[in-house]
Design a protein around this ligand. Structure first.
Ligand code: ZN
Length: 418
């Protein structure tokens, strides 16, 4: 097999296209391998509309960046005809090695996509030696294509959560199919609250799904989300995620700690000790000492911590009825413990939230959907942030969430192998 044949195979050329010429340009750095592809004079080409073989009307010179040939950049050149179809008139044809409008061959783009699934876009751009801006354009394109093909006809239970694209601002809301074992993300959108649920419901309907078929929603207690679910996923029962309950109490505990600190100097290792779970078994000796000191003091932080730790007792309830009973007991106990103690008022707010949402909280004993998946989202968000490092706006962040956390990644693999 000669070199031309090898290159032809590598390019995936098919009739009428053949590799006419190859030339290594050593006058530039890095060196360039220029491949010229041509069709035989007088060839017929398929009309892009109807596929009928038509003669060429005229030609335009086009160039595509192809996979590096060893260390040399490789460019593909071709004269691309416009066909003259009796029915459809004059049309530019599509070439088999590149998608319309792209300056890269399909093989180049596939290699680029394989890299961005494994590493940050900036690093991938350096490796294949194109600008990051152009690489992002490729990534957005392929992720968008796969998303268009996403089939959501089976979605019946949805989890939703929000996260900041950038620290402190610009929120993104992510929707999960709670019944998918892996790659659960099915929708992500800038913003938070009611409008995002409306957008999800429309996206679902546009992808063979049915908003009326969604029976379960797992989310936090934000009134805007709850209102959105009521309006746009009308058949769904809401389950409040246990993870969010713990989060609310952890924040309240932290508020108590801060208030108390303003009044007195707390033990040194207190912050981390109180924020960790006491039974996680990973407290340092200093932290245990700090906790003991705290309990002996009968400080407000200690009281708040004990309340927060009691949540575990609710979580371990074996049945729905048991859980309801434990919540009532817990609320009574906690309210008694904080009565008349001004420093503990943040706990009061958390208790009220729990009481208001008791029915939604105990649904988790009914629905069988665990919240482990929502909790696991944090590591996905973390990974997406690091992959999109340097360009953290909502659209790059969302594209990365799709690429890592949704079925888009495996859809790309399948598209490649066919
Ligand atoms: Zn035609």
């Amino acid at each position: 097999m000669d070199g031309t044949k090898i290159l032809t195979l590598g390019l995936g050329l098919e009739a009428p296209w053949i590799l006419k010429e190859q030339h290594l340009d050593t006058a530039v750095s890095p060196h360039r391998l220029n491949l010229t592809v041509e069709a035989e004079r007088g060839s017929l080409y398929p009309c892009p509309e109807c596929g009928d073989a038509c003669p060429a009307h005229d030609f335009a010179d086009k160039t595509w960046r192809h996979l590096n040939f060893f260390q040399h950049h490789c460019y593909l050149h071709a004269r691309v005809p416009r066909t003259k179809c009796p029915t459809h008139g004059i049309k530019r044809i599509e070439v088999p090695w590149a998608r319309p409008g792209s300056d890269f061959t399909l093989l180049f783009e596939q290699a680029a996509m394989a890299l961005v699934r494994e590493m940050p876009v900036l690093a991938a751009a350096r490796l294949i030696e194109i600008t990051d801006k152009r690489l992002w354009r490729i990534v957005h394109h392929y992720v968008g294509c796969m998303l268009d093909q996403l089939d959501l006809s089976q979605v019946k239970a949805v989890g939703l959560d929000e996260t900041a694209a950038k620290r402190g601002h610009r929120y993104v809301t992510v929707f999960l199919d709670m019944q998918r074992k892996s790659e659960p993300v099915v929708f992500a959108i800038p913003g938070r609250g009611k409008a995002t649920v409306k957008a999800f419901s429309e996206f679902l309907a546009a992808h063979q799904g049915d908003p009326q078929a969604v029976q379960e929603v797992v989310c936090d207690m934000s009134p805007a989300f709850l209102k959105g679910v009521e309006e746009h996923l009308p058949k769904a029962e809401v389950t409040v995620d246990w993870f969010h309950i713990v989060q609310i109490f952890t924040r309240a505990l932290d508020d108590v700690r801060k208030r108390e600190r303003r009044e007195q100097e707390p033990p040194k290792h207190l912050r981390w000790a109180v924020l960790r779970n006491a039974d996680a078994g990973n407290l340092t000796a200093n932290q245990i000492a700090a906790l003991q000191e705290l309990m002996a003091d009968q400080s407000a932080t200690a009281d708040a911590w004990i309340i927060k730790e009691k949540l575990r007792w609710i979580q371990q309830a074996p049945t729905l009825r048991g859980a309801r009973w434990r919540i009532t007991r817990f609320l009574n106990f906690a309210r008694e413990a904080i009565a008349g103690k001004g420093l503990l008022s943040p706990m009061n707010k958390a208790l009220n939230t729990l009481e208001r949402h008791t029915d939604r909280v105990i649904r988790r004993w009914l629905s069988g959907l665990t919240n482990a998946r929502l909790e696991g989202m944090n590591s996905l968000f973390q990974a997406a942030r690091s992959r999109a490092r340097g360009y953290r706006n909502e659209s790059t962040f969302i594209t990365m969430i799709y690429l890592i956390g949704s079925p888009v990644g495996s859809m790309l693999d399948q598209a490649k192998s066919t």
